[in-house]
Write a protein that binds this ligand. Sequence first.
Ligand SMILES: C[S@@+](CC[C@H](N)C(=O)[O-])C[C@H]1O[C@@H](n2cnc3c(N)ncnc32)[C@H](O)[C@@H]1O
Length: 265
Amino acid sequence: MPFNLDDLQKARQALAQFRANAKSPHHERYSFPFFRGTYFAYRKVDVLRVAAIAKSIAPSPSYLDVGCGYGDFLKRIREFLPDAQGIEKDAGIFYGLGTEKPDYITVSDAHWIDRKYDLIFVGWMEPGQDFRDAVAKSTDVIVTTLDQGISLAAEFDGHGFEKVAWWRTPSWEDVNTEVMNRHYTKMPEDKRGRLAKLRGAHNLWYVYCRPHKSNAIREAIKKQVEKEPAGRYDFEYVLDECGYQYLQKLENPAAPEPLWQVQWN
Ligand SMILES: C[S@@+](CC[C@H](N)C(=O)[O-])C[C@H]1O[C@@H](n2cnc3c(N)ncnc32)[C@H](O)[C@@H]1O
């Protein structure tokens, strides 16, 4: 479903209001993920993992971010893969709001991908969208993030791909709830602490590849993880403060694995 221009304009006004009273310039990426961040909450370790996977395929790999929106994650990836490209089907998010579209983002539909890429990244596709056939025929390596339980269309097991590894991170909603409770809601500290124990983290990163590539991809991830943590972005302190530290184990039994810890399939 393309975005409704009226809704986008209202959301942008709400962002301006939020910004006027924000306690940190980094909160908006979690409260307004589409405009200012991503639907998945990432750290530099995620960017470096995805870049390392791509580089294990080719020294200057071709990379496509499908449904990249305004390209927040793509911009970070381009620090390591300068030729990385994105496609976004909704032209209105740029032209409707008078926002400049970077050259490396093409307005196009995933169903029309017409060449092969070394790696295709699909970051949090909304439920109901299913372009797995088009993506599967255009690459041997897919990294996807999905919201546990609702983004079934991001799972490629049935398309001749092997799931090599996965890890868990918070979604924007997990972090936004904590940010709101901590900084924008008046409540007793013990109540906030009790609510924090319920915090979830339901964004999953899946790494898929064709079976003949799985050893190389596994090795690339292992080598990269040995170097971690290697650098961080300025906004990561929000994740730390909200209890979403690198390798943090949550009390919520629905999220039993330490965050960001690679799980092997
Ligand atoms: C939930 S948003 C995620 C945006 C970004 N990847 C993120 O995580 O913040 C999904 C994006 O995919 C785009 N999209 C949906 N279907 C698409 C398709 N068939 N081809 C290309 N983009 C698509 C939507 O317009 C939207 O911008």
